[in-house]
Design a protein around this ligand. Sequence first.
Ligand SMILES: Cc1cc2nc3c(=O)[nH]c(=O)nc-3n(C[C@H](O)[C@H](O)[C@H](O)COP(=O)(O)O)c2cc1C
Length: 196
Amino acid sequence: MTNKKRVFWMNLVLIFALIVGLTLPATNVSAASKQKKTSKKVLVVYFSETGTTRSAAKNIKKATGGKLYQIKAADPYTSADLDYSNDNCRANVEQQDNSVRPKIKGKVKNIRKYDVIFVGYPIWWGKEPMIIRSFLESYNLKGKKIVPFCTSGGSGISGSMKGIKASAKGAKVVKGKDLTDMSYKSVEEWAKKKVK
Ligand SMILES: Cc1cc2nc3c(=O)[nH]c(=O)nc-3n(C[C@H](O)[C@H](O)[C@H](O)COP(=O)(O)O)c2cc1C
């Protein structure tokens, strides 16, 4: 092979390598941006008066990378309000009246951008606290996936599902879970499945 020919072939190989080198990362970038576009935006909403549901919510946030939002009552609950051994305490009175909608302080900013919304609460008298209905009824949740979770003294989540479904109009409410005493690993596994 003459020197001229050798230079020609070397140049050809170099140009080929350059083209492959330039196009491959571009394909990867577009695959990555596609991945980003399809990944779901997660909001983790919770109401918690003694901190148990808050811990569960924080675990879900950690597992999903979602944003945390705490539902706060405009008129905060005192410990006397939560004294369920007293028939006339605020929580007991509210839970006996399905039409009560306690007011909430503040709002979620731009709820439109979220695809999956975890909604957590303690079980009060077998169901979700009425303030959860206030929350669900104050937004347009059409097309959103709602994932209920709770903590309880043993009642579990089933008694709250009917109320959640009725208040989250137009949303897809999936099977909820009582996360009381669940390890981070188990919560992580469950939460990640719900985001898919
Ligand atoms: C007013 C009131 C009613 C409750 N009713 C029930 C109930 O019916 N069943 C149950 O298992 N636990 C019941 N509990 C216990 C809570 O569900 C439980 O302690 C929960 O983990 C508290 O969550 P938090 O710390 O996030 O507020 C009740 C607690 C309160 C304050």
